[in-house]
Design a protein around this ligand. Structure first.
Ligand code: 1CP
Length: 345
């Protein structure tokens, strides 16, 4: 029997208390992160350095006493390891050579993937060794649609029109790319579990950009396949899905993908979420800007979420990641509130 509150909630075992962690809990808002980041040089070098990546993974846990640590890495390590080299431009985000045809898909190198990502698995083993018996280690990857969106666009975007257009113009080639990424993702995540990850999260940050007709094919289906493959190898492994922006089709995602929990973005009213899919756990969904604001707005919003979702099936988290301007003192106050909260307040 596990003692870890996060695992108890995700397995619907009646947890001892409501667990919490925060998306992007490691990162630029922490001065100790900025120090290590400067030491590592660029961002990718930090991701591929197990000692430093483990250090920044543990920093927020030491400060705030979160119930989980999330591996410090990035969703774009998968395309990088497949041979589509990624660069992070300071202040401007990731850059990749856009991949826009079947020939580009054929060039991706699945062979040797685990070897090229080996430093990440070493990071997982280090963080597992660095936390106590109450803390869960979360591994993660981008879901295929979101990773493919960056690969085709060549970087960040508001609309990601290039990948969505390619999906309409050449469905077989686009599907082939989704399939390669799904396969790479299963292998990447399975290796994280073998290295010590106890929970996985699939980030589908751009799920909300897909038309309703594309959502099932490029978000639900690949996620379902990944979940099925991982559960075949690790039957009791909890998996959290984050289909950001799914809105009206969030219930379909919750029921059809086989995930154990859905991470809610800021737009989903917590009371609505609680009725969506009775069999899954819920995670979320405080607005990261409320933490930047701090004070009574932050505690008020937090209280509303805590009252709306039953503690037994809820992992408290944000609706998206912390922003770089987040004051660490506000996070400290939030963590204190979460630790001291008694149901019924
Ligand atoms: O130090 C820096 O300047 C780099 C900033 C940064 C950080 C801290 C990037 C670049 N990635 C990360 C770490 C990261 N990325 C984590 C670490 C674990 C933690 O949460 O503490 C995780 C889970 C991610 C996942 C990730 N990367 C997502 C999905 C979640 C989300 O935020 O929506 C996405 C979309 C990315 C791509 C990416 N990586 C980095 C940036 C700036 C972006 C967004 C690019 C864009 O769309 O403009």
């Amino acid at each position: 029997m596990t003692e870890k509150p996060l695992l108890q909630t995700l397995r619907r075992m009646g947890p001892s208390r409501r667990p919490f962690w925060f998306m992007r809990q490691a990162g630029r808002y922490l001065p100790e992160y900025r120090e290590v980041r400067a030491e590592a040089g660029d961002f990718l070098a930090l991701c591929y350095n197990p000692k430093l990546a483990a250090e920044v993974t543990l920093q927020p846990w030491r400060r705030f006493g979160t119930d989980a640590v999330i591996l410090f890495a990035d969703i774009l390590l998968v395309p990088d390891a497949l041979g589509q080299k990624v660069a992070y431009v300071e202040g401007d985000g990731p850059r990749l050579e856009p991949l826009r045809d079947a020939a580009g898909v054929a060039k991706l190198q699945l062979e040797g993937l685990e070897r090229r990502l080996a430093p990440v698995f070493e990071t997982v083993a280090k963080i597992k060794a660095g936390v106590d018996e109450k803390t869960a280690v979360i591994g993660f990857a981008g879901a295929p649609w979101t990773v493919v969106a960056y690969m085709v666009e060549g970087g960040g975007s508001v609309q990601f029109a290039a990948p969505r257009l390619w999906a309409y113009r050449d469905p077989p080639a686009f599907q082939a790319l989704i399939d390669v990424i799904a396969e790479a993702t299963v292998r990447y995540l399975a290796a994280q579990v073998r290295a010590g990850a106890e929970v996985l999260q699939l980030f589908d940050t751009w799920a909300g950009l897909l038309a309703a007709s594309q959502f099932r094919q490029y978000c639900v289906e690949p996620t379902r396949k990944i979940v099925r493959a991982l559960k075949a190898e690790f039957p009791s492994l909890p998996i959290i899905g984050f289909p950001k922006g799914a809105n009206a089709v969030l219930g379909d995602y919750a029921r059809e993908t086989g995930v154990d929990a859905i991470s809610l973005d800021v737009q989903v009213p917590p009371a609505v979420a609680a009725t969506l899919a009775p069999s899954v756990a819920l995670q979320g969904n405080l607005d990261p800007l409320a933490v930047v604001a701090g004070g009574e707005r932050m505690t008020g919003e937090t209280g509303q979420i805590l009252r709306a979702i039953p503690a037994a099936r809820h992992v408290f988290n944000l609706g998206h990641g912390f922003l770089p301007e987040t004051p660490p003192a506000h996070v400290e106050a939030l963590a204190k509130m979460l630790r001291e909260w008694k149901q019924g307040e």
